[in-house]
Design a protein around this ligand. Structure first.
Ligand code: PNS
Length: 162
């Protein structure tokens, strides 16, 4: 049984995240989308809202028979992965700018839990500039984000704005 976690803030879920889920799913039997509950940050969506949106959107993605679960977590990613008996932490890399931060995280997570490997997947080039932060910023300023975030997420963002 190959189980992975795909951790992140997902504030909000983007099509870049879905691309990584679609690409990584065939590699595992089960994958937990692990939504970080970070009280220090002031997110646009509560952790419950983020989990709910991901659960609603996931059935639209071809996950190649991989069982998909969505859970929130607090504290260390490595500890959460261990508590779920995961053997891998999945992370997406968009461009070289992501590499240094991701490398540091992967090495720290390996130090914390040596049996858990970080698996990097390259996001599709069409998502190389898509980040949750940029999507929120563009949306707030009235720019178009269609095709870059799921429609459901966009409508929830609209509800938040009104
Ligand atoms: O989507 P993000 O914001 O890039 O995800 C970052 C995340 C949640 C993976 C990272 O901040 C994280 O793992 N936080 C949990 C705390 C932790 O384990 N820190 C040490 C990582 S080396």
């Amino acid at each position: 049984m190959r189980r992975a976690i795909f951790p992140g803030s997902f504030d909000p879920l983007t099509n870049g995240h879905l691309d990584i889920i679609r690409r990584s799913a065939p590699l595992f039997d089960e994958m937990i989308v692990a939504v970080l509950n970070n009280p220090e940050k002031k997110p646009m969506f509560t952790v419950e809202e983020r989990c709910e949106m991901i659960r609603e959107v996931l059935p639209t993605v071809n996950t190649a028979g991989c069982t998909m679960l969505v859970e929130s977590f607090s504290g260390l990613t490595a500890e959460f992965a261990k508590s779920r008996n995961a053997s891998a932490i999945v992370r997406g890399i968009r461009a070289v700018a992501d590499y240094e931060y991701e490398l540091r995280m992967a090495l720290m997570n390996r130090r914390l839990e040596p049996t858990i490997e970080t698996v990097f997947l390259m996001a599709g080039e069409e998502f190389s500039y898509v980040s949750s932060t940029l999507m929120k910023q563009v949306f707030e300023l009235g720019g178009r984000v269609e095709g870059l975030i799921p429609e459901l997420v966009e409508s929830r963002m609209r509800e938040k704005k009104n």
